[in-house]
Design a binder for this molecule. Structure first.
Ligand SMILES: Cc1cc2nc3c(=O)[nH]c(=O)nc-3n(C[C@H](O)[C@H](O)[C@H](O)COP(=O)(O)OP(=O)(O)OC[C@H]3O[C@@H](n4cnc5c(N)ncnc54)[C@H](O)[C@@H]3O)c2cc1C
Length: 500
């Protein structure tokens, strides 16, 4: 038992937990970060090493419109942050379409008849939109038309979520593909690219380039953890937090964690910062939360994910970073080519490593399939879509990622709101941060921003910033320039937070 009270106990050594730990440690505070993984920090943004070949959990682009986030990445990794060219495609019915879609490429590959039907269906949707679209399907059909929805959105989205596009909330479409319109796609294809002077260098749009650590995203979070330790705080691995009690007498959080060999440890913090899934947190809190709150927490759902990592002979078959597989005849949802993310993801240039991504639910058929069968499936499907010969594959591994995606169903918002209000009322000095920590479909930068604001609140000794306001300005994924929101976007978040 560690009886020394820390400024904060931080649950999870993903981007959110480590950012909070780093920001507080830099200000001379002692914190302890507790992580259940015995080997890796980085959470979903870790990089798995298999015989020197490096695999992401999905490829992780480092891109933010927040200058603070971009600067923090530079501060942590410096010259190890590469600027990498981006190339991605969609595979559909034997064709590879450029992604983001280029109108002439898409229309020529679809053929004259299908293209005409797509344009007519687009015009029809614009003239007869579904009023107040609630589902993902309605939202996308309103913006792109029925036929383009079926070709470029439906199959992949249903693979990702394991449910019909009619059951997925329009919120998700608005957050992920807002700003990506046929109009902007056509404009991007026809007009010369925008450049801007930013910190003395030309930064291209996200469409062309992104930043990426030399050895994958895990390199960022390993360096961050090392810096936290060097500043005198702790990052403990292989401990799963399974209890959190607020002690009113000492105004402290008493956190229990269980090690891999079953030992229980107790950690004490003035504050508790949690990036663990809300569903798990609510049932651990003592004094016990009201039943209705536990029910809401338990109703939150997640989508899980596995990557089959394959090591292959390099045959220069493709150089894209990733390819979305929209074809319903294969189960794989996306193929990553890690060497295109960074050449150092492979130890020997004669080889390459791919990640075949399968979306599933923890415990379902795919999830429980033995690794050898998953590797055999991935080899077959890779050959079926023409990206490699199965005989080129030398070795493989399977990486499972539970709770990769917080599900945005019809009710998640009201459940999160119930939990949030109860935690505000019953749990002093508790700060929810990050992706599953707030049940928000956040990328690293927004997960980090919530952590930065939590740290500022703790240092200020008052709730100056409402963390839930981060990400309300959700449009950024497929457009814009790195650091662009540095002045307006961050201020907007902070201003709206201060006012709330
Ligand atoms: C397929 C895929 C692709 C992605 N691509 C990108 C991208 O290109 N760019 C980008 O910026 N983001 C991307 N993301 C999102 C990014 O991975 C997340 O936003 C980020 O990792 C969230 O950070 P976090 O710290 O909030 O959560 P996590 O990364 O989930 O970290 C939480 C940590 O908490 C630990 N934990 C949980 N419960 C406990 C417990 N009870 N006790 C102790 N430890 C616990 C977990 O083990 C984990 O390490 C992608 C995500 C996925 C799934």
């Amino acid at each position: 038992m560690d009886t020394q009270r820390k400024k904060a106990v931080i649950v999870g050594a993903g981007p959110a937990g480590l950012t909070a730990g780093y920001e507080l440690s830099k200000e001379g505070q002692h914190v302890v970060v507790v992580e259940s993984d015995p080997r890796y920090v980085g959470g979903i943004s870790r990089t798995v090493d298999y015989h020197g070949y490096r695999f992401d959990i999905g490829g992780h682009r480092f891109f933010s419109k927040s200058r603070e986030v971009e600067d923090l990445w530079t501060e942590i990794l410096g010259a190890d942050m590469l600027h990498r060219p981006r190339s991605s495609k969609i595979y559909y019915r034997g064709q590879f379409y450029s992604y983001p879609l280029k109108p002439f490429d898409a229309l020529s590959k679809l053929g004259v008849l299908e293209s005409t039907l797509c344009v007519l269906s687009f015009l029809h949707a614009r003239l007869n939109p579904t009023p107040n679209p609630k589902s993902f399907e309605d939202w996308v059909v309103n913006h792109f038309g029925e036929r383009l929805f079926r070709i470029f959105f439906k199959t992949y989205t249903e693979k990702v979520w394991g449910m019909s596009c009619r059951e997925i909330s329009a919120d998700w479409a608005a957050q992920r593909i807002k700003g990506l319109s046929l109009g902007s796609a056509i404009k991007n294809a026809l007009l010369p690219q925008r450049h801007s002077e930013d910190r003395g260098q030309i930064v291209k749009t996200l469409i062309d380039t992104f930043r990426y650590p030399r050895l994958g995203p895990g390199m960022m979070w390993e360096a961050c953890a090392a810096k936290i330790r060097a500043m005198g705080s702790e990052v403990l691995l292989g401990r799963t937090v399974d209890g959190a009690r607020f002690d009113d007498a000492t105004k402290s959080w008493m956190v229990t964690a269980t090690t891999r060999d079953g030992q229980t440890e107790q950690l004490i913090g003035e504050h508790l910062i949690s990036s663990m899934p809300i569903r798990e947190l609510v049932s651990q809190i003592e004094p016990r939360l009201p039943e209705a709150v536990l029910r809401s927490g338990n109703s939150l759902r997640y989508r899980d994910f596995l990557t089959v990592g394959l090591i292959l002979q390099e045959r220069d078959r493709f150089h894209d970073n990733w390819i979305y597989i929209h074809d319903p005849n294969v189960k794989v949802g996306r193929v990553q080519n890690y060497k295109s993310w960074s050449p150092e993801m492979v130890p020997d240039p004669k080889f390459c490593c791919y990640g075949l991504e399968y979306f599933c639910f923890e415990g379902d058929g795919l999830w429980t399939t033995p690794d050898e069968e998953l590797i055999a499936l991935a080899k077959r499907e890779l050959e079926q879509i023409g990206l490699a010969a199965a005989s080129d594959v030398l070795d493989g591994c399977v990486i499972r990622q539970p709770k990769a995606y917080p599900v945005y169903d019809d009710e998640y918002k009201s459940h999160v709101e119930v939990v949030r209000q109860a935690l505000d009322a019953h749990c002093p000095n508790l700060h929810l941060v990050g992706r599953n920590g707030m049940h928000k479909y956040n990328n690293q930068d927004h997960a980090m921003m919530t952590a930065m604001l939590a740290a500022r609140n703790i240092l200020a000794g008052e709730t100056k910033f409402d963390l839930w306001a981060v990400n309300e300005d959700g449009e950024y994924h497929e457009s814009g320039e790195a650091g662009e929101q540095s002045d307006t976007g961050w201020k907007k978040v902070v201003t709206s937070a201060t006012n709330s």
